[in-house]
Write a protein that binds this ligand. Structure first.
Ligand code: GLN
Length: 488
């Protein structure tokens, strides 16, 4: 028998609508499972059981009164960089310990209006800087597939909570890969929307020109449902774009794969791919070919500059965005009686080592005399990277590759050398520089039983294409139905 915690959002909605189950039952099942599983996984930074039960009761009452909401009664948990009114939001940082936002991020307000039940806030690398959750200021989150390994990051709490059935879905955020990487390491469907597709209002900024929030779920249809609710322009975010939002769920089965042009970026299949990862990704691509898709090798010639470009742009923006945590405007104050000393003590105590490293890198890249050599140059190269994608999409409809060169790594494996950690995102960061949407879906397991993700990329605002192409593969495979041993 399927347990309530094993249902996808799509399945749960059908049963809620049939009044076969109630939102309270569904929520209680998740709360009980969290109580049993969270001590092992450590995905949550805050749990909101009372709020969840109140929202579940409201969802049941609304349904009884004949109101059918798109997510009425669906229990979700949210990455802790998205502001939640009345619920502590720390961004995984000690400097924001005790901060309770007086407002909701737009995507949270939209999920709540759609009937979400909020189970809590999820762990992440501090201010979303990292690839493993090891940079959380609180504790690392464990991967449900192997608790000796990282869940990926920075949205690692989101990846782990959804894979471990502690939430039916989550919103993560992705600045350089932070939705897709934990999606891949935890075996989920995970989508980074186009820049401007989802409002960033209330998303605590890391790299403002790169950040996007997006869904992480156990099926592609579930991703479509969450994206449907959060997508669309917002007067509170001038960078959100007024591009029509199609009906993503209705579009899942539209069209055919026959004649779909799939590009394989030569630069993404080079040395360094773990053999099991490459084999699984190539097998998935072969399946598309068997369905009539055309496979084309293409080139993204400026790929080799993407890591350097990203770490200048992202750290520069971070250094500006994090200036406000000074103990005066924001941040837990370490009072020294003198304002400059208070700044120093507050930031010295509140930020972890990776955040400090990035503030220093970004401040240097923006400083007088170095700006043109570093930040200006990186912006110019960013344009070239964006043009690489434009030229590729003149020839093909989607691009496919691995999400990461490896499957989930062990705790401590990359912490000594930041460069090794940065390389986990080598296949995802260009996408943020270009502003296009990208998705990870499960396409197999390595010899240690760890999930492998297939990355699918589409032109800006073509999330519908991503979802349709991903859904077709999911229908033909059962990777997404496998469960970690921990939750058998
Ligand atoms: N790992 C990358 C970084 O540390 C990406 C993080 C993210 O997407 N938020 O910047």
């Amino acid at each position: 028998m399927t347990r309530l915690i094993d249902l996808t959002i799509t399945e749960a909605l059908a049963r809620l609508r049939a009044q076969d189950i109630s939102a309270v039952e569904l929520t209680e099942a998740h709360l009980a499972h969290i109580a049993a599983t969270e001590p092992t996984i450590q995905a949550f930074l805050a749990q909101t059981a009372d709020l969840a039960l109140a929202q579940a009761r409201a969802a049941d009452a609304a349904r009884a009164a004949g109101t059918d909401l798109p997510l009425g009664g669906i229990p979700l948990a949210i990455k802790d960089v998205l502001s939640t009114r009345g619920v502590a939001t720390t961004c995984g940082s000690r400097i924001l310990q005790g901060y309770i936002p007086p407002f909701d991020a737009t995507c949270i307000a939209r999920l709540s209006a759609a009937g979400m039940v909020l189970l809590g806030k999820l762990n992440c690398d501090e201010f979303a800087m990292g690839s493993s959750t090891e940079n959380s200021g609180y504790y690392p989150t464990r991967n449900p597939w192997d608790v000796g390994r990282v869940p990926g990051g920075s949205s690692g709490g989101s990846g782990a909570a959804v894979a471990a059935r502690m939430a039916m879905g989550s919103l993560g955020t992705d600045t350089g890969g932070s939705i897709r990487l934990p999606g891949s390491f935890c075996g989920l469907a995970a989508l980074k929307p186009s820049y401007g597709r989802v409002s960033r209002y209330g998303l605590v900024a890391y790299g403002s020109s790169l950040d996007q929030a997006g869904p992480m779920t156990r099926s592609v249809a579930d991703c479509a449902r969450l994206l449907q609710v959060i997508a669309g322009p917002d007067p509170l975010d001038a960078t959100s774009r007024n591009v029509p939002v199609p009906d993503y769920v209705a579009g899942l089965n539209a069209g055919t794969l026959k004649g779909l042009r799939i590009g394989l970026p030569r630069e993404y299949f080079g040395a360094g791919l773990q053999p099991d990862v490459e084999a699984a990704v190539r097998a998935a691509i072969a399946w598309y070919a068997s369905q009539g898709a055309e496979i084309h090798e293409i080139s993204l010639p400026h790929s080799e500059y993407s890591l350097a470009t990203y770490y200048i742009v992202a750290t520069s923006e971070a250094s500006a965005n994090l200036a406000k945590y000074d103990g005066i405007r924001f941040g837990a104050r370490v009072d020294q009686g003198d304002v400059i000393e208070t700044y120093k003590a507050t930031r010295g105590a509140g930020f972890g080592p990776e955040v400090k490293r990035r503030i220093m890198l970004g401040t240097y890249a923006l400083s007088a005399g170095y700006y043109d050599a570093w930040y200006g140059k990186a912006q110019a190269v960013r344009t070239l990277i964006r043009q690489d994608f434009e030229q590729a999409f003149a020839k093909v409809d989607v691009l496919m590759s691995a999400v990461s060169p490896t499957t989930a790594f062990k705790f401590g494996e990359h912490t000594a050398d930041p460069m090794q950690m940065y390389l986990a995102d080598i296949l995802t960061i260009s996408v943020n520089l270009a502003g296009i949407p990208g998705m990870s879906i499960p396409c197999g397991f390595d010899r240690d039983g760890l999930p492998i993700g297939l990355q699918i990329l589409a032109p800006a605002f073509k999330e519908d294409v991503l979802l349709r192409v991903a859904h077709a593969y999911e229908q033909a495979t059962d990777w997404h139905t496998r469960r970690p041993a921990l939750v058998q």
